[in-house]
Write a protein that binds this ligand. Sequence first.
Ligand code: ADP
Ligand code: MG
Ligand code: ZN
Length: 542
Amino acid sequence: MSYQVLARKWRPRTFAELTGQGHVVTALANALSRGQVHHAYLLTGTRGVGKTTIARILAKSLNCLTNGVSATPCGTCAACADIDAGRFVDLLELDAASNTQVEQMRDLLDNARYAPTVGRYKVYLIDEVHQLSKHSFNAMLKTLEEPPEHVKFVLATTEPEKVPVTVLSRCLQFALKPLTPEEIGGRLAYILREEGVPHDEGAIAMIARAASGSLRDGLSLLDQAIAFGGGEVRDQPVRAMLGVVDREFVYRIADALADGDGPALLAQADAIAARGLSAEVALAEFAGLVHRIAVAQAVPQAADAFDDAGRVKDYAMRFAPEAIQLLWQIAAQGRADLAIAPDESTGFAMTLLRMLAFEPASSASPARGPRERAPEPQRTARAGAAASAGGDGHPAQAAAGPQPARATSTPRAVLPSEPRDWPAFVADLKLTGMAGELAAQSEMRRLEGAVLTLALPAGHQHLAGKSYADRLKAALEQATGARLLLAFEVGEVADDSLAARTARERDEARARTEAAFRAEPLVSELVARFGATVRTDSIKPR
Ligand SMILES: Nc1ncnc2c1ncn2[C@@H]1O[C@H](COP(=O)(O)OP(=O)(O)O)[C@@H](O)[C@H]1O
Ligand SMILES: [Mg+2]
Ligand SMILES: [Zn+2]
């Protein structure tokens, strides 16, 4: 028998078997049991989070011969079996990416008028619906406006912001969430147990993280890992396969930073270079740790879910929230800078030393000389500020720096219509925490109907994922009183976010500090050792 890839073999066949997406499943199950299924659904979300899977289960729920319309199709009747096998005549699966022809679309929708051949409902599943041509959209709209009783539409897209508002407004929309590493890990472990594949928990955790929210990606990596590991999924080979940097390195870097220990920090940079590990991956892993620390500082209970919760909580006490925000920015900038560094290990060492040399501009603690070793933790500004934060869980401050104080006279804010007004709008909102960070780093692209499209620099794209986008959406909706749909574009930015503007305004102050900074012994040592140049834009006045 030929090998079937895990993602196909383990496509969930019931709602109960789905990982995550509980909010969507509950809503669909309620509608099904009440017999109030909407005629058109739009499922949004990145690749491999369950859009097609949910659409197929819905098709079974509507057409099951044994159980009638219900949230628990039998899975064995002719209709269920045919849908699972992908050969049910009344489930019409179309990939808009390859069916953009108007005539094809028209043929398809003309057929919608006819009663289903064998089933109760004709179900149209149109994948990547945003890729339909304008004409095809119009053809579809006609059917959406007056849908025949026996027709249900399930539209799926990874880019909801590209779906015309006319279509959006006729659909019930469900946003599928990227799956957490824990959710992905749980599913992978379950599948490996069922398959009888020996495995290490650490290996699963690494794959789950590398999957970045997509279960399909997780399962493809798992396929690779099984092949790579000769039928087993073990820590060492998986680490090699993924190019993962041992977390111990990352912890030692964090320790050196917390202690203000320059030599220890350089030793880690050397060790990573000597082992031929990727600086890019090391910085990404470090950024991951910084993110977990930030979460632990803002929402201590949320940190319990991390597989290294103990250490993360320890760091959460040792670093000030402002320092964590700064480390995050330097790590993100450092990844971008690797491309222009003379070589990877120099770029990496520079980034680490920059982390050591700078303190948050907002830190009220007394400055410390960067070259000093600080044997007792209280002497570092980082630890000092952490002590004053006192673990009371107040949300981490956005790293965008001081926000211009402006009086807001009206309680209702109005979304700007021009991208250039976005930074001032964001400043007025005075958002805190990660929603504030996301808003500050974002530039506005456009506002079309309820769809607000923002752009993020590549180094900050993580902010658009997870729950931060939801938080920003909620904050914006509260401030404006309007319902919104947020969309993000990553990459091309014009440097016109609040953060970029604030940074520019600080440049002047920085220039003054620069001369003083160059005179620091650590810096001159660095310049001598690596032939490095000082990046003026990284200097913050104290
Ligand atoms: N929520 C989920 N629960 C369990 N498996 C999932 C989930 N999402 C995706 N998968 C796995 O990934 C594969 C692809 O999922 P699919 O639903 O086609 O993703 P997409 O969102 O891109 O349509 C499925 O066959 C299944 O194995
Ligand atoms: Mg799909
Ligand atoms: Zn059935």
